[in-house]
Design a protein around this ligand. Structure first.
Ligand code: AKG
Ligand code: FE2
Length: 364
């Protein structure tokens, strides 16, 4: 029987610490991973005051003087961290009407001559001047550390839901979990009346799990169901939206479903929408095709119960199984931010942009 969905399920993390009710959580998780690819997580193990604080900082970050933002613009950073001006990217040929800052969990770049170029991708983020936004860096890092911990807990819950040993995930985290995860703070302004309403066009995320904090009360996030219909995923205060990236979909033989999603701009007369996605990474040297997880036939059969799916509007990442995950990520970044690539990765830049610098990047 087909299991199309009309809403995104809500899972309560407090069930996880209750031995009697944890099986209920695991069952709901299995359904959400296989049949939906999106879920809300209520009562997450992240301090409410830190969630509230990062939500409060979001508009203030964008309200910094333009020169303070430009000072940390992404083109300065070989790690693709920092500020991207409004409208810098296209998705499916249309401008994404958003402005963003890319930050990350702490990491010291380890690249040395002779290493693969993708090892340059992880390194120190650029932060705004402390005196302009006191406490932001410290608060945001404290928030990220908690979401990172949750991301590892959650991947273990996924192993339980799919009835595989937690240790079978080790190959994806083969540097002792010393990884760097990227997180953005995003602003979707109200577009002028005659403009498109594309906040970000239909896409899949790339990595393992995404933990999204919707940082203002606006609707706008939509998720594409199996019939191709767009379903609203409005903010639920105090909860995260969690979704599956293409790397995890590939690693689980498609059991965990990467689901197409998009954001519509705020309506005319409204106010800007803010969001804070956290993208869980895996080790840069892992080639997913070499580490695909194995499941029992009973678990694999659950995939069939999804029934027929129409082709989603998002375009696929074809390279996933074949290249080291760091290289897949670097290629994605090069396409999205050609100006950064031109400065820091000139050979790759020439390969992807033989005609020179385009006005905008191509997210997908
Ligand atoms: O802003 C949002 O709610 C979602 C953003 C998103 O899907 C992304 O940046 O990958
Ligand atoms: Fe996304």
């Amino acid at each position: 029987m087909a299991s199309n969905f009309a809403s995104v399920p809500i899972l309560d993390y407090s069930l996880v610490s209750d031995p009697e009710r944890k099986p209920e959580f695991i069952k709901q998780l299995r359904h959400a991973l296989i049949d939906v690819g999106f879920l809300y997580l209520s009562n997450p193990p992240v301090a409410r005051e830190d969630i509230d604080a990062v939500i409060d900082y979001a508009p203030r970050l964008f309200d910094l003087p333009q020169e303070a933002k430009e000072k940390i613009r992404m083109v300065n950073s070989p790690h693709f961290f920092g500020y991207s001006r409004f409208g810098a990217e296209l998705t499916k040929g249309k401008t994404d009407q958003r402005e963003q800052f890319d930050f990350a969990t702490p990491y010291e770049n380890q690249w040395k001559p002779g290493d693969p170029e993708y090892l340059k991708l992880w390194g120190s983020p650029q932060w705004p001047d402390e005196d302009l936004l006191p406490g932001f860096k410290e608060t945001f890092l404290r928030y990220l550390a908690q979401v990172e911990k949750l991301s590892f807990n959650f991947i273990e819950l996924l192993a339980e839901a799919f009835q595989i040993p937690v240790s079978s995930l080790d190959p994806f985290f083969n540097e002792g979990r010393h990884l760097q995860h990227r997180a953005k703070v995003v602003k979707y302004p109200v577009p002028p009346d005659d403009s498109s309403d594309q906040g970000v066009g239909p896409h899949f995320d790339g990595g393992f799990l995404t933990f999204l904090l919707q940082a203002s009360p606006h609707r706008g996030l939509q998720v594409q169901n199996l019939r191709g219909e767009w379903i609203d995923a409005p903010p639920i205060p105090g909860s995260f939206v969690i979704n599956i990236g293409k790397a995890l979909e590939t690693a689980t033989q498609g059991l965990a479903r990467a689901t197409s999603h998009r954001v519509l701009s705020p309506e005319p007369g409204s106010t800007p929408r803010y969001s804070i996605p956290f993208f869980q990474n895996i080790s840069q040297n892992v080639r997913i095709g070499d580490s695909v997880l194995q499941f029992s036939p009973d678990i694999l059969k659950l995939k069939e119960s999804r029934g027929e799916e129409v082709a989603p509007d998002s375009v696929n990442y074809a390279e996933y199984g074949l290249l080291p995950s760091g290289e897949v990520a670097l290629i994605g970044r090069v396409k999205s931010h050609p100006d950064v690539a031109q400065r820091h990765y000139p050979d790759l830049f020439k390969q992807f942009f033989p005609d020179g610098l385009p006005a905008q990047g191509f997210a997908y």
